[in-house]
Design a protein around this ligand. Structure first.
Ligand code: NDP
Ligand code: HSE
Length: 456
């Protein structure tokens, strides 16, 4: 049984302080930091929906200023906001007396961290879409928000328009989440889908995802799995009430996935997806750990995640009482992300008007993060082997000696060699990785073409 300190339970309403509001009708001053793909759409929607937003909040939103890096760029949306400050000094903007809510949509880690901490210290509520920042510094930033008695919102940080953060923070707050698996990176889903459905090359698909505004400023974060790893850290933290950071997540990207892998998956009835998987694991002694990982995964075609195409995201949640839930929608792009940011602005602005605070994170459970080697998974191993009597028996024996159970084997002739595909049942990651190393040493194994994990 985990000991719960009463101090940890005070996160939701701060230190039981009182959070008075400005009163109905008072304007809520907003500063927007960053005016790229997301910031531009946030400003467009604030203008377009201004009267309904005022009704929902109880007072008007007034944009006080926008911070950018290049003051010379033409920005048509700003024509709707006459008289506001456009600045390249974001620090000055967040400190302004008439700013109540700071919206950070710049990206990166160190610079936005400074800005967000400064905003919180100056009593501003913060809305951010920045998963890299939250996954790296959630502790420090949450503590600063609690100390200042203000809100910290980051719905857009995971799966953009899909309300998964709110779902975990509020809707499933009373349940026991066991597993969260999902497609949480639009760029890589777009690339894998384009390679599978149109035969596009990896490079062509990445260029198109970048053009459409899905990719990060440095798309390495997308294709190497770092962006999905940040999101997995946030999902695991919220789902398991435990602090999981970016560094706790095992991340592999899609850069090694070839057209051959995609074709082999198709022939076997699978679709390759970059999955983020967060799990609560209980060992034989009843000790609980949590795992968060990101890697290309073979998803059976009949699983709902296999049908998620283009840049769409989907998050599959398994909870003790709720059962299986799936959330699907736009996980990247300016307008969908701005929708989530705007929802957070409304939440923060309402609290500024009416008083009170949004529920804060509560990582009371403090579960240890499992070593990646101790996580159960399944492997799909595609290898080239010598076509001679006894090879299959020898390879099967190696698996049996390691206590790894084989679920399926497929063999195809390839000239003098054979292509052998072995699919395992679940075993520990370290055992599966070890058998692959052992296979590489066998004279009859010419090459390991690919090793892809399998879900389900
Ligand atoms: P962009 O690269 O399109 O925009 C970044 C903006 O930040 C630009 O307006 C840029 O200014 C500004 N900026 C850069 N440096 C500074 C600085 N030192 N001071 C002030 N402003 C600066 O990024 P996105 O809009 O795509 O992403 C923003 C955030 O939202 C990131 O954290 C990203 O991970 C997150 N996000 C993005 C999604 C998407 O689909 N794009 C989806 C979900 C989250 P300038 O215009 O002058 O260059
Ligand atoms: N680069 C991210 C993606 C943006 O492709 O999913 C949304 O977080």
């Amino acid at each position: 049984m985990t000991a719960v300190s009463t101090e940890s339970l005070q996160g939701a309403e701060g230190r039981n302080g009182n959070y008075p509001g400005k009163g109905i009708g008072a304007p809520v001053g907003v500063a927007v930091l960053g005016m790229g793909t997301v910031g531009t759409e946030v400003l467009r929607l604030i203008h377009e929906f201004s009267s309904s937003l005022e009704n929902r909040i109880g007072g008007p939103i007034e944009v006080r200023g926008v911070a950018v890096s290049d003051l010379t760029k033409k920005r048509d949306v700003l024509d709707n906001f006459p008289g506001i400050t456009l600045t390249d000094n974001a620090h000055e903007l967040v400190e302004r007396e008439d700013v109540d809510v700071v919206v950070e949509v710049i990206g990166g880690i160190d610079y936005p961290r400074e800005l967000v901490l400064s905003a919180l210290k100056h009593g501003k509520s913060v809305v951010t879409a920045n998963k890299a920042l939250i996954a790296a510094h959630a502790d420090e930033i949450s503590d600063a928000a609690n100390a200042a008695g203000v809100d910290l919102y980051y719905e857009a940080a995971v799966a953009a328009a899909i309300p998964v953060v709110g779902m975990l923070r509020r809707s499933l707050a009373g349940d026991q989440v066991q597993r969260i698996s999902g497609i949480v990176n639009g760029t890589t889903n777009f690339i894998l889908d384009a390679m599978a459905s149109t035969g596009a090359s990896y490079e062509e698909a990445l260029a198109e995802a970048t053009r459409l505004g899905y990719a990060e400023a440095d798309p390495t974060a997308d294709v190497e799995g770092h962006d999905a790893a940040s999101k997995a850290a946030i999902l695991a933290s919220m789902g398991f009430h435990t602090r999981v950071t970016y560094n706790d997540v095992h991340a592999e990207g899609i850069t090694n996935i070839t057209a051959d892998d995609i074709e082999a998956a198709r022939l076997a009835g699978y679709t390759i997806k970059l999955l983020a998987i967060c799990e609560r694991l209980v060992d034989d002694e009843g000790a609980t750990t949590v795992s968060a990982r990101v890697h290309p995964t073979l998803v059976p075609n009949e699983h709902p995640l296999a049908t998620v195409d283009k840049s769409y995201n989907a998050v599959f949640v398994e909870a003790e009482a709720a059962g299986r839930l799936m959330f699907y929608g736009n996980g990247a792009g300016g307008a969908p992300t701005a929708s989530a940011v705007l929802g957070d602005i409304v939440g923060a602005a309402r609290n500024k008007i009416h008083g009170g605070r949004a529920p804060a994170e509560n990582p009371y459970a403090h579960y240890p993060v499992a070593d990646f080697g101790d996580v159960p998974t399944r492997y799909h191993i595609d290898m080239a082997v010598v076509d001679r009597v006894g090879v299959l028996a020898e390879i099967s024996r190696r698996f049996a000696d390691q206590g790894i159970s084989i679920s399926a084997v497929r063999q195809e002739e390839h000239g003098d060699d054979s292509r052998l595909i072995v699919v395992t049942h679940a075993s520990l990651e370290r055992k599966l990785a070890a058998i692959v190393e052992e296979l590489k040493t066998l004279d009859d194994v010419r090459a390991i073409n690919s090793v892809i994990r399998l879900d389900g």
